[in-house]
Design a protein around this ligand. Structure first.
Ligand SMILES: O=C(CO)COP(=O)(O)O
Length: 232
């Protein structure tokens, strides 16, 4: 079971350190924990409780890429885990599949664990056509080595992210079954996961964990979810 906390543009270095200190006290059982702080909160945290990853990075060692960080900056903190293809990168910041593919190839070559996100928009979901939803997701897998041994795929429907709306367990099951036909790698769900729904979601067949935004930002809430997950 995997639980990953995507801090998005929340927390500072000081608050991430305090978060980790509190998290250290948990007995996480068999749950593997990942934390994705914002760039400026990356550091050499002396922690064994969670693996620290970056929310994004550019596909170069270093260079003239204003506003980006690359391999050199990640290596300073021993970071070998990355989210790629998050819907906020795709839709708010215009990352194309072509760019995401380039990033994937670069960081795969570097042996990174990659949390790769896919998910349909509200418009596609409301079309009511399963075929359209599947082909939309297929496009987001284009150019991605779905057999990569350090790949983790997160299904995050855009309409369920940060909205409080969660996909039904039936919808999640259908989409994860579809993704299972594409890859043998672990499949996660993300989108308004919280203490009230995490048990149901984690019991969906093929669901091996959750990528959590809002409900992970408070360490007590994240710990509540870890305690629920480890009992399943
Ligand atoms: O985008 C997400 C995780 O990457 C999900 O965010 P929320 O949990 O806030 O819906």
């Amino acid at each position: 079971m995997i639980l990953a906390a995507n801090f998005k543009m929340n927390h500072t270095r000081a608050s991430t350190r305090a978060y980790l200190q509190k998290l250290e006290s948990i007995d996480k059982g068999d749950v593997a924990l990942y934390l994705f702080p914002p760039f400026t909160a990356l550091d050499n945290y002396d922690t064994a409780v969670a693996t620290i990853g970056a929310q994004n990075a550019y596909c170069a060692q270093s260079g003239s890429y204003t506003g980006e960080i690359g391999l050199e900056q990640l290596e300073e903190f021993g970071i070998k885990t990355l989210i790629l293809g998050h819907s906020e990168r795709r839709h708010l910041f215009g990352e194309s599949q072509e760019l995401i593919t380039k990033k994937f190839a670069f960081f795969k070559e570097q042996g990174f664990t990659i949390f790769y996100c896919v998910g349909e928009t509200q418009e596609v979901r409301e079309s009511g056509s399963t075929e359209l939803i599947y082909s939309y997701i297929e496009q987001q897998l284009e150019g991605i080595d779905v057999a990569y041994e350090k790949l983790i795929v997160a299904y995050e429907p855009v309409w369920a992210i940060g909205t409080g709306k969660t996909a039904t367990t039936e919808d999640i099951a259908t989409m994860l079954e579809f993704l299972r036909t594409k890859t043998k790698r672990p499949l996660l769900y993300g989108g308004s996961v919280k203490p009230q729904n995490i048990a149901q979601i984690l019991q969906v067949p093929e669901c091996e964990g959750a990528l959590i935004g809002t409900a992970s930002w408070n360490v007590d809430t994240f710990m509540t979810m870890i305690n629920i997950a480890k009992e399943l």
